[in-house]
Design a protein around this ligand. Sequence first.
Ligand SMILES: [Zn+2]
Length: 306
Amino acid sequence: MSILNQKTIKKSIKFVGIGLHSGKKVEMILLPAQPNTGIIFKRSDLKNHNLVYTSIFNVSKSSYCTKLSNDHGVTVSTVEHLMAALYGLGIDNLLVELNSEELPILDGSAKNFVEKIEKIGFKISDQPIRVIKINKKITYVDNEKFITFEPNKISLEIDFEIKYKQNSILNQRNKKNIYMDNLKDIYYSRTFCLFEDVEKLKKMGLAQGGSLKNAIVLRGNEILNDEKLRNSKEFVNHKILDCLGDIYLAGYRMVGKITSSQGGHNVTNQGLRELFSNNDNFTIVELKEKNIPHSFLVKNTLKYIA
Ligand SMILES: [Zn+2]
């Protein structure tokens, strides 16, 4: 069976936790899905209109997290870390049932999602995967923030940079080749916030479930958590994780080169909207093994067999 065929998980997987922003307890079950389903969310606490589809056009809020809404105002929040795990692991089809409005934040990274999915294993279908190939350079600029999508031969490269005036340890840049590099540092990197923003966020009704268990908190350049950094570029690596999850809302994985400075959920979503506003900007390609360089196949075959 081709490793370039669509994949789902072998068996269902349950996660229990709290929502970072809602503070509400949530039970989430990942269920295997048929080929060509994509990733679908289902609010099991609601009887009607409870399906929310992944689409960049269903993003209804993109400050501090990514929230999806359907036409009936039913929402699911903070989808980005799970979506990034699914992207990196090559999960094409999945039903995600949750009994609250927000996904569990767990430790603030994608570590738990990746570990449980890898442990359960993959079910490979007989249907080929499709990818989005970037045809033209597209840039979205918001003052000092920007994101650029450019054509690339076979891989997806993400080059991300963050800059903060008061917190110099947050000034980081990293570049990852998503299909070739080991993504452990990306998956394990936790969300972060500044100590001075905690009260402000809580007053805005956000971060109600936030704690040192699920976010790195910085006072000046000091890390307040007992667990110090998991890797030397944890801050920017988390931004790459967010970016990857937000990109997967486009429906397929991508072949291209992404460069972003000081971006985040909103900049990524606006950039994607720009990209998909014109059919000449991209092509949806069905992947055939004969068109793929040997190195890509060997690397990915090892990844799925290992
Ligand atoms: Zn995040």
